[in-house]
Design a protein around this ligand. Sequence first.
Ligand code: ADP
Ligand code: MG
Length: 443
Amino acid sequence: MSSLLAGCHAPVPTFAELGVLPELVGALARRDISSPLPIQAATIADALAGRDVCGKAPTGSGKTLAFSIPLAAAMRRSEPRRPRGLVLAPTRELAAQIAEELSPLLAARKMRAHPFYGGVGFGGQQQALRKGIDVAVACPGRLEDLLERGELRLDQVEVVVIDEADRMADMGFLPAVRRILDKTVNRRQTLLFSATLDGEVDVLVRNYQHDPARHEVEVDEDDLGRATHRFHAVDAAGRAALCAELIGDAGASVVFVRTKHGAERVAKQLDRVGVRAAAIHGDRSQAQRERALSAFRDGKVQALVATDVAARGIHVDDVACVIHFDLPEDPKTYVHRSGRTARAGASGTVIALVTPEMRRAAASLQRALAVEVEHVGDLAPLPAERPAGSRPRPSGRPGGARPVAEGDGRRRNRPARPPRHKAAAAASRQGPRSATRGGANSR
Ligand code: ADP
Ligand code: MG
């Protein structure tokens, strides 16, 4: 069985109508969650019926509760060190967040979840296991460490959730995931959620799920379209200042950069011009990451500067703006990053900073996104990149000349050419926001 939910306007059932236990409906209501999102409406009844479920849905669509509700419903009290429920997640932040979202539901049934991830000591995790937890929410690496140390066994696991399976594959965790699944009982129920279901994830579905109910929520324009998308032309040298200005306008913002080093640098640059910022990336300790996240959640810093890996699965409500300080490597990453804002029906702004040498990449990114993009400033690819024979853009626009940015990005796209249009490329600073709707050519 499968369902495809894009554009589906059937009446939304209530949680109770989906068969969710009253005490769980109550726990949800206390968090102001009263009616299921599409992926939840699609999957919960099948999961409650004990079926394996394979759910495909984009970031921010509500997958966590889609599995947390049936998981909490199915759980029985576990013996110490032998949990009956297991959730596998790719990153520490995600594991922590899932445990947090799952805990009130389990608490309504007098049970407990605990997160297990690396980068912190074993003490607290060992203690939790000895005391007894019902659901382990774990990153594969740390779980295998704990298994090796004999701290827990998986022979009583009845329900397994694999969250962000595509990310797990990207990060090279699937061999560990398979080893872990092999340690659980064969009759278990397996719920798998992912933004994509191809390649290695498909193999996992075929080998480790039994006749799964498949449900998909399409990434359609509505998902990206809740946010306003803007590509903003800027010099490499002016990016930090512009970024600070945009954060000042928008409020709480997540700023994405390509490298760990870049995250540190941009956070410092923002701090220097009066925007409080915290960096979050793979080289920071777990304690540092948690401090950064909670400072951002509490509004003590206005900007969280993050690398892609570190940001995966972070859920902070009311992120007003996502800034692609460095352009994402591909459209999929753009969608994931942008999903940090305009969550759960809220609105938000997504701004990509486009330096001259990245204009070409920006144009092809825009073509791949099924969403309207506003343009601010000159985003036409540099003359040196134009097809032979096309005329260079005239220089000397209002606002004065700006130096050509160091163009190594250009060489990534095509072999270097002599800089014969350098003068023309020394285009003006972009003028006031002359937002052109890019929708017509965005497909
Ligand atoms: P995903 O895992 O698909 O990226 P999440 O499960 O993190 O998305 O959900 C995104 C946001 O939507 C979270 O802030 C969550 O609290 C909120 N949310 C989830 N389900 C509902 C619901 N039924 N009603 C309102 N908000 C919800
Ligand atoms: Mg999720």
